[in-house]
Design a protein around this ligand. Structure first.
Ligand SMILES: Nc1ncnc2c1ncn2[C@@H]1O[C@H](COP(=O)(O)OP(=O)(O)OP(=O)(O)O)[C@@H](O)[C@H]1O
Length: 238
């Protein structure tokens, strides 16, 4: 078994005094593709935000590459190799595509890398972030996070509101990133079928707790587990 890159043990966290995550334990090996699924409001975004240091950790532990992150602020976490593409995308609308990418750049990251991954961004490089389509904005949000050279890439509902053809393109990009040997990926996604096809391991959350954690292959064989916890059926052929 590969060394875990991320380890959560009894993690309780939330907003101010409110707790949302009710004792999450999770161990993610380096290079694994993990899908985090669950109904609306069960704490998926809060889990990613907590790993990034954006919420209040009340109890339990959170370790990245063996280091306890409890007192490490978000900007330091991104220096350590954590990268979050938030659901809100958070690009700078008044900056051009190129300026957005430069703002996220660290180390030896180059614009050419971003443009190789998303040729569309090269075509739009002089356009303002606010002038982009939803799909282009998501590409920019992902590319900007990658400019920070994360080894743990967290994607919060990256397909939300996007046309099926763009969803397919983005899923191909995630496959590419997972296969390049440099990224461990946590994917929060409402498109459960796509998430299960992508993932090696699936975590199902309900009311701030892990109610299932196991290989994606088992869920593909037995969709009733997903139906029970997420309340939806999977299309056939997943
Ligand atoms: N900034 C905040 N302050 C207080 N409570 C919040 C905040 N953000 C989320 N919550 C609450 O935390 C709980 C979990 O929300 P969260 O967004 O993590 O769920 P989710 O599973 O990602 O849902 P969705 O699929 O709708 O995005 C919800 O009850 C939500 O109302």
């Amino acid at each position: 078994m590969t060394e875990p890159v991320l380890e959560l043990d009894g993690l309780i966290a939330g907003y101010g005094d409110t707790t949302v995550l009710q004792g999450i334990s999770l161990s993610v090996p380096k290079g694994q593709r993990v899908a985090i699924i669950g109904r609306n409001g069960v704490g998926k975004t809060t889990l990613l935000a907590t790993i990034m240091g954006l919420t209040r950790q009340h109890a339990g532990s959170l370790r990245f590459q063996g280091q306890d992150l409890r007192t490490v602020p978000p900007h330091r976490r991104s220096h350590l190799g954590l990268g979050l593409v938030p659901q809100t995308r958070d690009i700078f609308p008044s900056l051009s595509v190129e300026e957005n990418l430069i703002a996220g750049m660290r180390g030896d990251a180059t614009l050419d890398e971003a443009y190789a991954l998303f040729p569309r961004l090269k075509e739009r490089r002089r356009n303002g972030g606010g002038q982009l389509s939803g799909g282009e904005q998501q590409m920019l949000a992902i590319a900007r996070t990658l400019m920070g050279r994360p080894s743990l890439l967290m994607l919060d509902e990256p397909l939300e509101g996007l046309a099926p053809v763009i969803c397919d393109q983005l899923m191909e990009t995630f496959e590419q990133l997972a296969d390049d040997g440099r990224h461990t990926i946590l994917l929060v996604e409402q498109h459960t079928d796509l998430a299960l096809r992508f993932a090696e391991h699936v975590v199902i959350l309900d009311a701030g707790s892990v109610v299932h954690s196991g290989p994606a292959a088992a869920l593909r064989l037995d969709p009733t587990i997903v139906e029970r916890h997420v309340g939806i059926g999977l299309p056939t052929g997943v």
